[in-house]
Design a protein around this ligand. Structure first.
Ligand code: AMP
Length: 191
């Protein structure tokens, strides 16, 4: 299996580049943010819990997220050529859990694509996205909390994968196609 973590701060282009990865490599895709928004829009208990955290720009508890990934893998593992993990893992505990889960399927993360975008550019992009996304967390206050959470809780995940020699740094500024060309090169050399 070709398992890819697409990693980076909010607004770094993870969703956009995931679409390119899906088209090019025919992989399964899981975005924990999308799964949580689905829970919210279908008014589930999990959605109500998640919304409280998401509206403040905080992370949803690890056990909730890991449970979602566990059932996702359960559903797709027999047929999948690989999985793109988008917005997950966001804590070291999640990264460790992902390693353990993948081990049970005799597979592992092939590469973590680290999209690098300066913070002022991220804020501009997210404010712009907020005009059409309908996302209640795309407002300046919540954006600032999300970036703070990224720096404190999520960035350490990079060190986790660096120690395993599985990080490819990608300059996340420029045209979508040029960024994807770098991504493709990184994925092809990790295969
Ligand atoms: P995203 O769509 O990836 O930007 O995620 C939106 C929000 O969902 C985040 O700000 C978190 O509150 C929550 N979320 C998404 N993925 C995770 C995760 N892996 N761990 C914890 N919270 C998450």
């Amino acid at each position: 299996m070709l398992n890819i973590v697409i990693f980076g701060p909010p607004g770094s282009g993870k969703g956009t580049q995931s679409e390119n990865l899906i088209k090019t490599y025919q992989l399964e895709h899981v975005s924990t943010g999308d799964l949580l928004r689905h829970e919210i829009s279908t008014n589930t208990q999990l959605g109500a819990l998640a919304k409280k955290h998401m509206d403040k720009g905080e992370l949803v508890p690890d056990e909730v997220i890991i449970g979602m990934i566990d059932s996702f893998l359960d559903k797709c593992s027999t047929t999948a050529k690989g999985v793109i993990f988008d917005g997950f893992p966001r804590t070291v505990a999640q990264a460790e859990a992902l390693n353990d889960l993948l081990k049970t399927y005799n597979t592992e993360v092939a590469v973590t694509l680290n999209l690098e975008v300066p913070e002022d550019e991220l804020i501009t992009r997210l404010i712009e996205r907020g005009k059409t996304s309908g996302r209640s967390d795309d407002n300046l206050d919540t954006i600032k909390s999300r970036l703070d959470v990224y720096n404190k809780q999520t960035k350490p995940v990079l060190d986790f994968y660096k120690k395993l020699g599985k990080v490819a740094d990608i300059k996340g500024v420029g045209s979508i196609d040029a960024i994807f060309a770098d991504i493709k090169q990184a994925v092809d050399s990790a295969k």
